[in-house]
Structures are given as C-alpha cells and as structure tokens.
Write a protein that binds this ligand. Sequence first.
Ligand code: SIN
Ligand code: MN
Length: 233
Amino acid sequence: MLQGGNGHEFCENHLRLTNFLELQDHRALAAGMMGPLLFRDFKIYREYLTLSEQKALVEELRVAAADTPPFQPVLRSGKRMSVRITSFGARGWLPDQTGYQYAAQHPNGTPWPPIPTSVLKIWQAVSEVDRLPDSCLMNFYGEDTKMGMHQDRDEAGFDWPVVSVSLGDEALFRMGNTTRGGKTESIWLRSGDVVVMGGAARLAYHGIDRIRFGSSTLLKKGGRLNLTLRVAG
Ligand code: SIN
Ligand code: MN
C-alpha cells in the first residue's frame, strides 16, 4: 500500500518535472519577453534562439559557406589569427597584411554568399533600426582560441548597432569602454545568446578571453561560431 508520505512525494516530483518541461518549452519565448540583460549599453538576449533554431541555423550556414570556407587570415603584425573567419553579404571583413578592410569576395575569388534570411530576421527583431546589415562575419573558435580586446571601427559609419549571435561552446565575453583600459565586465555567452552593441557600446572595446571547449554539443566537433552583423558601407 502506498504510504501517504510517498504519495505526497510523488506528486511533488511530478509537479517539479512538469514545471521543468514547461520552462524548457517556453524558455526562448520568456527570454525574448523578459527583454535583454543590460551591461552599460551592451544588450544581451539570453538563449534568444531555441535549440532547434540553433541546429537549423548551423546547418544553413554550413551549406551556404561551402564555396567560401573559413580561413585563418595573417594580420598586419605578421601573426595568424587563432580564429577562422568567413563572411556573408555584400561586404566581408577581410584583414590581411596591409590592414583591416571590407571586400566583396573570399580570398579564393568567390563572392560571399547572401546573408541568410533567418539571420536577417534576428537583426530585424533586436537592432531597433530600419536599415538591414550588409555584412555578416562568421568567426569559428576552436580549442585554445580567443579574440583580443578591440573596437569594431572599420565600417563607413557608426550610426547602426552591431548584432552578434553565439552558437556552440560557451565563451567569456569581456566588455570595456570606448577608450582602451579601465574597468571591464565579463559574462559567459551561451549558445543561442544574441548581443546588441549600440549607443555607447557601439564603439566600446570588447573581446573573447577564452571558450569552454566541448561545453556544447551543437557543433559536431565542438567549438563556437559567432556571427557579427554590421552595416559596413
Ligand atoms: C568579435 O567581436 O569580433 C567577436 C565577438 C564574439 O565572438 O562574441
Ligand atoms: Mn568585435
């Protein structure tokens, strides 16, 4: 015979499980409805994309970039970037030994593929501007990669925000000031998070100190993808 105490416990656990499943289902919706986290002028939408949206997006990006594969540019300093990059859209960010610029083609001569509609929709939902981006940089972070503190300032103007989408392993994102140095704040970005850098954050220093390689199973071989959407021209 079921003891009164056990029955009570069963109900409690069942309730907890039901609540947990509902939370999972509505997590992305809730993240959007609750609005972004604010760090100065950096807006961070937690888990903006659901897991199924993330999976579909990774596959879409993989197919679209088949002829414009990620590569490791050599910078003006002569150092090779640890992160691999490629682009979508009319303008692709293309650092080389002469400096930083935007170009219409991959170094192999192939024009960048268009920015996927699903990515443009993210911009439309969070950017709070009418103009669409013409540039989408895709960074791939493997094990032991990082991105030094920098400003995004190779664009023709700074009136539009920068929107970035995280996919895969967690990354320690550091947010600084519009001049180098000073106090910074850091947050672990997770797969599906979207960051909007507008206002004072548009020209604020930021970087990725490290990733937690293998913390996500979204990418088959581990690592992290970051999409950076910008109005470049
Ligand atoms: C960047 O600012 O270039 C990339 C930021 C990120 O990977 O989250
Ligand atoms: Mn940047």
